[in-house]
Design a protein around this ligand. Structure first.
Ligand code: NAP
Length: 293
């Protein structure tokens, strides 16, 4: 393996340790940041993610309150819970674990979260503020990916970046952050023609698709930074269950300059950034109270 391994788990631990100190200092003023997590249905992966997020929150001193709802819940009932959390003075951040059941309009529910408590950064107000450079809460996964890129190269101005995948939660905000950092950005998607050649131009490749081994060694420019966001559960030919990304890791690592593993790359950073956003939301909402007090 020629590439440097970008250790997301280690960086996330460091960020969590730093955050814990800040949360403890805030607790002296009587403020304990609280994350309200809404989990609908019994999707095993969603349950695993929520458990990891809640455990990580508690480990840094952030209070995590889970609201587990049956998959048959109506949209109106879910919106009522969001409204309740919007008005709860002790709740600083609201996370709605996706996906939601079919009967629920995801866009409507995400829009119902108060922008100041939208720690996932999905609300149109936060999207608009981010895109226009006016601030806004940044979605956790792209934010984590930017931290990882920064560990390899602090200044990425002028670099050629390719983002594969254009979802609202990963691909589009990722492209936007890279653009703001001064990269020349190409966003590729399912209809992109000639993806291998486009990818091979890139100094930075971020892959967020959900297809194991989509990106092969011959797609990668020698020395490129490769950030693999994909999480795919596969069963190997010998029956072993494994988590893999969207990049054919072993072969890509021979060509890339630096690469994230799956697991242990973007995943832990997503959670660390969720906690950072929750802390910032608490400071933002309660800062005025603290200054007044
Ligand atoms: P998504 O909403 O399904 O979006 C996938 C994107 O990839 C879409 O834009 C899709 O294009 C595009 N695409 C599909 N097949 C393609 C192909 N063959 N070539 C190029 N583009 C293709 O998924 P997502 O929510 O962004 O998540 C992407 C992956 O990241 C998933 O594996 C997910 O589990 C993972 N993820 C990881 C984290 C983490 O913390 N590590 C967080 C979030 C997501 P169309 O829209 O045109 O179909």
């Amino acid at each position: 393996m020629a590439a440097a391994l970008i250790d997301g788990a280690a960086l996330a631990r460091r960020l969590n340790d730093e955050l814990k100190v800040k949360v403890e200092a805030l607790a002296v003023s009587g403020v304990v940041p609280r994350l309200g997590v809404i989990l609908v249905g019994d999707d095993p992966a969603s349950h695993t993610y929520v458990r990891s997020k809640s455990r990580a929150a508690r480990s840094v001193g952030i209070d995590s309150v889970e609201h587990r709802l049956d998959s048959s819940i109506s949209e109106a009932e879910l919106l009522a819970l969001v409204d309740q959390l919007n008005h709860d003075p002790d709740t600083d951040g609201i996370l709605i674990q996706l996906p939601l059941p079919r009967q629920i309009d995801v866009t409507k529910v995400l829009r119902a979260v108060h922008p100041a408590k939208d720690v996932d950064g999905f609300h149109p107000t936060n999207v608009g503020e981010r895109v226009t450079g006016a601030g806004g809460i940044i979605p956790c996964t792209p934010m984590g990916a930017m931290f990882l890129i920064e560990t390899v190269r602090s200044n990425i101005e002028g670099l050629d970046a390719v983002v594969i995948g254009m979802s609202n939660i990963v691909g589009k905000p990722m492209a936007d952050l890279l653009l703001s950092a001064g990269c020349t950005v190409t966003v590729a998607h399912i209809k992109t023609v000639g993806l291998p050649a486009i990818c091979k131009r890139a100094d930075i490749v971020v892959v967020a698709v959900g297809k194991p081994r989509l990106v092969r060694a011959e797609w990668i420019k020698p020395g490129a930074i490769v950030i693999d966001v994909g999480i795919n559960r596969i069963v190997t030919s010998d029956g072993e269950k494994r988590l893999v990304g969207d990049v054919a890791f072993e072969e890509a690592a021979v060509v890339a300059g630096a690469i994230t593993p799956v697991p242990g790359g973007v995943g832990p950073m997503t959670i660390a950034c969720l906690l950072l956003n929750t802390f910032q939301a608490a400071l933002g909402r309660r800062g005025a109270e603290l200054r007044a007090g």
